[in-house]
Design a protein around this ligand. Sequence first.
Ligand code: AHN
Ligand code: ZN
Length: 333
Amino acid sequence: MGVKVSVNRIFVYLVLSSFIISCNTKTTNNKAVLENKIKVDIPIFNADSAYRYISEQVAFGPRVPNTEAHIKASKYLSNKLKSFGADVIVQEAKVIAFNDEVLNAKNIIGQFRPERNDRILLFAHWDSRPFADNDKDKNRWNEPIDGASDGASGVGVLLEIARQIGASELPFGVDVIFFDAEDYGMPEFSDLPYKSDTWCLGSQYWGKHPHKQDYYARYGILLDMVGVKGATFYKEQFSMQMASHLVDKIWQTAIKTGYGNYFVNDMGGAITDDHIYVNKYMGIPCVDIIQYEANSLTSFGAYWHTHNDTMDIIDKNTLKAVGQTLLEVLYRE
Ligand code: AHN
Ligand code: ZN
């Protein structure tokens, strides 16, 4: 990647191996080599814009499949990705919910440098849950939730990352996928017989029908519930099984960048999420960065799948910690 001096860039100095030092002792082209360090310019994640992308999603109302708000939000998301320079595909999928309802799901796929074979996949779910099955008011269990954290936060952070990628090129291709119908899983109050695989319907569909034949990515990173004030992110167990090296790299990067209060160097739970299906069907090693609260009954915080999952719990500092960490990882690849 080119190294340009620019006011909205921070410079991070990476120590080179002695082999590279011996090959690059003076400044060549636009690659500034200073003693035993080179400059890598890493974009600054703008938490204000990520916050705005979250509130704009929430303003449509709950993004539940087969509703008007869902259609409007899908257009908003694909237009945003287009405006950042991505080639966008909206993959329409009819998927069957736990209750046999047919959901008109849309996976929204933004491709940067689509001609490149070497790719990295970033993803989040964009739908919001049609139930509030953990709410203390059982009369409101059947009302859909805002999903400011659970849904909109991961998408908001990835939209800001997409904006940055569109503005400063990376040497590999990136796909940003917003999966649908992640959160239509069988509710806790349901009397129906247990059914497996009722979560993550959009990613299951994409895994079986990828938008490109022979699609592959070096690795995938999933963001889920990444905006709550004081959130903690632990090393998720399935991610450790399939991509421990990448998990360690992300957590080390976060801690070095000063976000050790958020990224805890310890194991969390084993969580069924979109990354499982991307790995199962496509063989892509994936990491789930997901809020995990060791002392919470739900593991994800008291607001989870309740009507408290609103803009009130979203904090720009958490968005910054996750977004800046992700940019550091990507721009040092
Ligand atoms: C389960 O509760 C099975 N998985 C968590 C995945 C999820 C739901 N993420 C957000 N909502
Ligand atoms: Zn959820």
